[in-house]
Design a binder for this molecule. Structure first.
Ligand code: F1P
Length: 291
């Protein structure tokens, strides 16, 4: 099969992350330290919100919640709502920004002249991270790079690991029939995103959980031919427990955001192995625009 757009976009990530991180000290509209903040988005952008919320709060920058665009608690007060939307056209995000009178809002987007951008008080534009693919990879991870840089993370080190992630051998992983992704803290959102990627690109059965919750039921799925893939450090003892079920425990010695790059490559490899075109995922469009 010819190289896909998504392959090229995945490979471009380390360079684009550096570009996004460099904006952290220069753009208007990122939350100030101490502000009570909600991050919102849909699909991949929601999972980036989940991850970035934990990053910000753990950095001591203030209470930070994350919501799917449709589930934002409208009665709750925040000092700022930051919406994440690559397209700026997603209905739930446009509606929410239109409804949030009196609350300062920011949109992080690849498209600064979108309907959502017109409604946000501040727009943080990452046009260089936009994608031709329906399936998001680099916009998501670039937004996370920006928000990690704003929280004091060393994105240069993350990008160096991203380069290593592009060379990791996938071995026989794409032959698996199921994968459960796990993470803790800010990596829970990464696990959700990794699972979404494999569902979107490969129509593959993938699940995601906070790693400590995995023993509370989901472990029943583990068996030979299946993967349990940890993004970031796994709870003590879990790797052995997984191996005893016959499932394969997967973990890479990389920054977890770079670990997500390996999972993106896995998603594309699963799609190709199944004869699917990852650039044209079934039933998906670049954004969901409701009538
Ligand atoms: C969000 C999104 C994508 C998803 C699908 C539909 O878009 O949910 O994450 O892959 O293609 O749209 P956006 O609001 O970030 O543009």
């Amino acid at each position: 099969m010819a190289p896909t757009f998504v392959d090229a976009e995945i490979a471009s990530q380390p360079g684009v992350w550096r570009e996004a991180a460099a904006l952290a000290g220069t753009v208007h509209g990122l939350p100030r330290t101490g502000e009570r903040v909600a991050l919102v988005g849909c699909g991949t952008s929601w999972f980036v919100a989940m991850s970035a919320a934990v990053v910000r709060e753990q950095a001591g920058h203030g209470t930070t919640d994350a919501f799917a665009g449709s589930e934002f608690p409208r009665g709750r007060r925040y000092d700022r709502v930051v919406a994440i939307s690559r397209s700026g056209t997603t209905t739930e995000v446009v509606e929410l920004l239109g409804a949030l009178e009196g609350t300062p809002t920011t949109l992080v987007t690849a498209v600064p002249d979108s309907p959502a951008a017109a409604l946000a008080d501040d727009v943080v534009a990452l046009p260089f991270a936009d994608e031709r693919s329906v399936v998001q990879t680099r916009f998501a991870t670039s937004t996370l790079s920006l928000l990690r840089a704003a929280a004091g993370h060393d994105v240069e080190a993350v990008a160096a690991d991203g380069e290593k992630a592009l060379a990791v051998d996938l071995d026989g992983l794409p032959a698996a029939d199921q994968c459960t992704f796990l993470g803790r803290g800010w990596c829970v959102g990464l696990a959700q995103e990794a699972a979404l990627k494999t569902r979107e690109a490969g129509q593959f059965w993938a699940e995601a959980y906070p790693a400590m919750d995995y023993r509370h039921g989901p472990v029943a799925i583990a068996q030979p031919g299946r993967l349990v893939w940890s993004l970031g450090p796994a709870p003590e003892g879990l790797a052995g427990e997984v191996e005893r079920t016959g499932a394969t425990f997967v973990q890479h010695d990389l920054d977890p955001q770079a670990g997500l790059v390996v999972a993106q490559r896995f998603a594309v490899a699963v799609a190709v192995a199944r004869g699917l075109d990852p650039d044209h995922p079934r039933s998906l469009t670049r954004s969901v625009i409701l009538a």
